[in-house]
Design a protein around this ligand. Structure first.
Ligand code: AVJ
Length: 324
């Protein structure tokens, strides 16, 4: 990790190239082969993800936004005045902005994101929109242990905001572990506002991850392009394809890059042989039921307070407090 204060006072704990290399080698050596989804978000990946969010098939973003627009006042009332808001993976910040506009005198906003470019851009924009709000950006992999910067003003409570159903990337046990760490992070009296994608017809879900324009395919294959550019790998992008499959038993989307031929990929001094049709798992995206997710959070030490949802119940924004 490289701890540096950047131009905008950004706390930089972004993972180094070394870990990308090591995790790529480790993941490709596993059986079945896999690559960690957190590496999707380089500059190009973050842009492609933005495009995914605007796709007609990708209901997640627009449904969550609709819920926020409709219920942000109620959410702000539940969270209370003068809070410290910690944003996890808040990206361009569209959702956080809707929430911040309703919050009563927030003490500080601490956005934590793995994409440094995006974090710098969104912080600059937020400083224009909320000139009196202290903003302390942290570029970090929030899966690692975090040291948060110290705010100028005292706050009534810390609330973690984790939008976008990114929690869906975690397998249930890991999700519980992760939520337990969030409960520690926000401490006694703390809260968690979290966006979670819910179970629905599998056709709706599969379409969202296999869009017609191929943006999700480009996003998925960008992981290989990134390995080529940053690690000197030689993935031939002509011979790799994207596919997302829903597993109704596990309740999750599985994203793969699939080898279109028998081929060998070299990464520095390593070599990996693939047969035609062989897959590399790049991402899980779990879908939850409201009851199932509340139970998962309870195991992590959170008490369920409220869920805000859309009329079709495709998506849920949950509010939990740290159980005393
Ligand atoms: C950012 C994890 C919520 O799982 O829907 C979108 C990532 N991958 N399309 C999701 C993603 C392919 C997204 N999350």
């Amino acid at each position: 990790m490289n701890h540096q204060a950047g131009s905008a006072g950004l706390l930089d704990a972004s993972p180094a190239t070394l870990s990308f290399f090591e995790e790529t080698i480790a993941g490709l050596s596993k059986s079945p082969r896999q690559l960690p989804c957190k590496f999707f978000y380089d500059e190009r990946g973050a842009k492609l993800f933005q495009q995914i969010c605007e796709l007609p098939e990708y209901y997640i973003t627009r449904t969550e936004l609709q819920i926020l627009r409709q219920h942000s006042a109620a959410m702000a009332a539940a969270l209370g005045p003068r809070i410290e808001l910690i944003g996890l993976g808040t990206g361009a910040g569209t959702k956080t902005r809707i929430l911040l506009e309703e919050l009563s005198e927030p003490a500080v906003y601490i956005p934590i994101d793995i994409s440094k470019e995006q974090l710098e851009r969104s912080t600059a924009r937020f400083r224009e929109v909320f000139p009196r709000l202290q903003i302390l950006p942290v570029c970090a992999d929030y899966l690692e242990r975090l040291d948060l910067p110290l705010p100028r003003r005292p706050s009534s409570r810390s609330v973690v905001y984790f939008p976008g159903s990114t929690i869906g990337n975690f397998e249930p046990d890991t999700a519980t572990e992760f939520l337990r760490r969030l409960a520690e992070l926000c401490g006694d009296g703390g809260g968690l506002l979290i966006g979670v994608d819910l179970h629905k017809d599998r056709r709706v879900i599969e379409a969202a991850y296999n869009d017609n324009r191929g943006v999700t395919a480009a996003f998925n294959l960008n992981l290989l392009a990134r390995a080529n550019g940053e690690l000197g790998a030689d993935f031939d992008l002509e011979h790799w394809h994207h596919r997302a499959i829903y597993d109704p038993i596990k309740g999750r989307i599985e994203m793969y890059v699939i080898s279109g031929a028998n081929q060998t990929v070299r990464i520095r001094d390593r070599q990996f042989d693939f047969v035609a049709g062989e897959r590399i798992l790049t991402e899980y995206s779990y879908k939850h039921t409201p009851e199932g997710f509340a139970a998962l959070a309870r195991k992590a030490g959170f008490q369920f307070e409220t869920i805000w949802s859309d009329p079709a119940r495709w998506f849920g924004v949950f509010y939990f407090t740290v159980a005393s």
